[in-house]
Design a protein. Structure first.
Length: 163
């Protein structure tokens, strides 16, 4: 099914994506760090727009390919996350969330283009790329990666360890 999310035009096979996520493992089956444990539980508190966005394209929010806890915010009551999910699909536009840059030593770098990200709710942004990493075993081709940048509540019953 074709979608337009800001500057991203994508064609996602929702049924193949959903079938994969129905049998995929939860984030915490591969990592028990506080960041992953909190993210998996915080999904229940995400805005409805975020939950319905991912449900519509067949993705289970608790089964990310990668989650990265960056920094605590709001006196430890929230945390800023990055990470990504995969969908079975193709990019139909030239927009890519990753941009190439060169540093002073002429080394090639890639940077997330925050300006190109699509806001699905306040403090919840996504972007698409063909540059996929950590593709799960048996994920259906073709694979498209959804990068995330989220501010999530800290919901674990312990102090936020990312302060």
């Amino acid at each position: 099914m074709e979608y337009l999310f800001g500057n991203y035009k994508v064609d996602i096979d929702v049924e193949k994506t959903r079938a994969f996520y129905n049998q995929a493992d939860f984030i915490t089956s591969g990592c028990q760090c506080d960041g992953c444990c909190n993210y998996e539980r915080a999904v229940d508190y995400f805005p409805d727009q975020v939950k319905s966005f991912f449900a519509e394209i067949g993705v289970d929010l608790k089964k990310a390919a990668e989650i990265i806890a960056y920094v605590a915010e709001n006196d430890g009551k929230s945390i800023y996350y990055g990470g990504f999910y995969h969908v079975c699909g193709v990019m139909m536009s030239n927009t890519d969330v990753w941009i190439s840059q060169w540093d002073q030593e002429n080394s090639h770098l890639s940077a997330l283009d925050d300006d190109s990200m699509y806001s699905i709710a306040e403090n919840y942004k996504i972007g698409f790329t063909n540059k996929c990493a950590l593709i799960e075993d048996n994920f259906p081709a073709p694979v498209l990666q959804i990068e995330i940048a989220f501010h999530c509540p800290w919901v674990l019953e312990k102090e936020n360890t990312y302060g």
